[in-house]
Write a protein that binds this ligand. Structure first.
Ligand code: AMP
Ligand code: ZN
Length: 463
């Protein structure tokens, strides 16, 4: 499989370093509220990458952390009058429920930052010993980026005229900062009043780890100093991933990640999601509007991962229709199989071009296009050919993590003349030609068929 690598800015073959298991790390959610659909764009794309590798016969080790301590989790747990643990446990549970609903496979290992404080302290000790970090007056510890000459390679900071010398006296204590401030970043934050009870003892006094450190410490624990791939949304390239590289390479040696997979952002109605614009959707928000999580998943995978995706409610209606059409085609193939049984297959049959698109820089939109073309071309297959096509379809849908909605079997079994009448009626209805639509409904009813409309489609059943 070929995938674009942010570091070298071109595609590269994915091969497990150890020749057996593809070991990869994804920066996980910060559990201080419900994940929004932008977060899910990233998690769903990582899930399709994993499913594609596994469908191709490569076993994987997927590690994704939980950020349960940082500026935001502390601030909001204190505002809610809850312990950090009770507060973050609640949102972690909600995140797991959402992941299950949207069909993301659970990672094999899901370590949390709070459960790895000793590993983080020990990494800071190593960085201090090696001269890559220093303590400040208040008992905080900072990473000295001038001690790591290749800092900034991933985000191509050299093109932004990075002068490491200039950073010597600037420091960032906040967990998040922007591109304008390339500065020494905090590894250990000395305790402040606003942290309340959230502190640990360390050789430098009471405090807590800085946000960037947790991933480096957990990667060292579960994946060692060199592993296959690291991933997150594009916002993490700088500074988070640059800082991880600096910490890990200085503390552990090794190559760190062999490949970097970043997912472009999801926009809503053409702009950034924000609470104040009231366009920050969670899965629950969309379920309340009557959409299913599978429809949301379908929209999220619908654009190439290196392009921004503009989310609209209309795109969810389109997803509903597409999924319904897929389900109808699958049911038709099952019907055409006659007495044949469908055996699970290692082949893709007519869906081979879709599989090739998935393996070509995870081109899901092209794969979906090929799936619909192959379905049109396979609609007249019968017997064993229909069975083979259905097996191929199931295999490609599994790689995409798509589960098809239930459709009424009577709809599939309706005679062509009835189906044609129903289609004409639907077209009339879509054109607001209520008179024709009502007349055709009566006609269908006389012929023994009832038709039930939903917002996006209709269901035929025998009276
Ligand atoms: P967070 O919970 O903020 O740490 O983010 C979890 C993941 O979602 C990270 O990989 C982020 O890069 C990613 N992410 C955040 N916002 C978006 C967005 N609008 N579109 C796609 N991914 C995002
Ligand atoms: Zn991370």
């Amino acid at each position: 499989m070929q995938l674009f690598d942010t570091l070298i800015r071109r595609g590269r073959e994915l091969q497990p370093i150890d020749g057996r298991t593809y070991r990869f790390y994804c920066c996980g959610p910060t559990v201080y509220g419900p994940a929004h659909i932008g977060n899910f764009r990233t998690f769903v794309l990582q899930d399709v990458l994993r499913r594609t590798l596994e469908t191709g016969g490569i076993s994987t080790l997927h590690v994704r952390n939980i950020t349960d301590i940082d500026d935001k989790t502390i601030r909001d747990s204190m505002a809610a009058g809850q312990s950090l643990k009770a507060f973050t446990d609640h949102w972690k549970e909600k995140f797991h429920a959402d992941c299950a609903a949207i069909s993301c496979l659970p990672p094999h290992i899901e370590p949390s930052a709070v459960e790895h404080i000793p590993q983080q302290v020990s990494m800071i000790e190593t960085l201090l010993e090696k001269g890559n970090a220093y303590t400040s007056e208040d008992g905080s510890v900072y990473f000295k980026i001038s001690s790591f000459p290749t800092y900034g390679k991933l985000s191509h900071l050299e093109e932004r005229e990075l002068d490491l010398g200039k950073t010597q006296n600037t420091r960032a204590n906040a967990d998040e900062y922007d591109k304008a401030s390339i500065s020494d970043f905090v590894l250990w934050k000395a305790h402040r009043d606003e942290d309340g009870e959230n502190f640990w003892n360390s050789p430098w006094g009471k405090g807590r780890p800085g946000w960037h450190l947790e991933c480096s410490a957990m990667i060292a624990e579960y994946l060692g100093d060199s592993f296959d791939l690291h991933s997150g949304g594009v916002d993490l390239v700088f500074p988070h991933h640059e800082n991880e590289i600096a910490q890990s390479k200085c503390a552990c040696g090794g190559n760190f990640a062999a490949h970097w997979f970043h997912i472009a952002h999801l926009l809503v109605d053409g702009g950034k999601m924000s609470k104040s614009l009231r366009n920050m959707y969670t899965l629950a928000d969309l379920q309340e509007k009557g959409f299913t999580s599978m429809e949301v998943r379908y929209v999220l995978i619908g654009a190439h991962y290196r392009k921004q995706l503009n989310f609209t409610l209309d795109s969810l209606s389109g997803a509903r229709e597409a999924l319904h059409n897929l389900a109808k085609s699958a049911a038709r193939l099952a019907e055409n199989m006659g007495g044949e049984t469908m055996l699970p297959s290692a082949e893709f049959g007519p869906f081979q071009p879709a599989w090739e698109s998935l393996n070509d820089d995870l081109n899901i939109p092209a794969a979906l296009g090929h799936i619909f073309t192959a379905l049109r071309e396979s609609s007249r297959l019968t017997g064993i050919d229909a069975a083979a096509a259905l097996a191929g379809l199931n295999r490609i849908l599994k790689a995409l993590g798509i589960a098809l909605p239930e459709i009424s079997t009577s709809e599939v079994h309706a005679p062509p003349a009835i189906k044609a009448l129903a289609e004409t009626r639907w077209a009339a209805r879509s054109n607001h030609d209520w008179e024709t639509s009502d007349r055709l409904r009566d006609e269908l009813s006389t012929l023994g068929w009832s038709v039930k409309d939903s917002k996006e489609t209709y269901l035929l059943s025998k009276l």
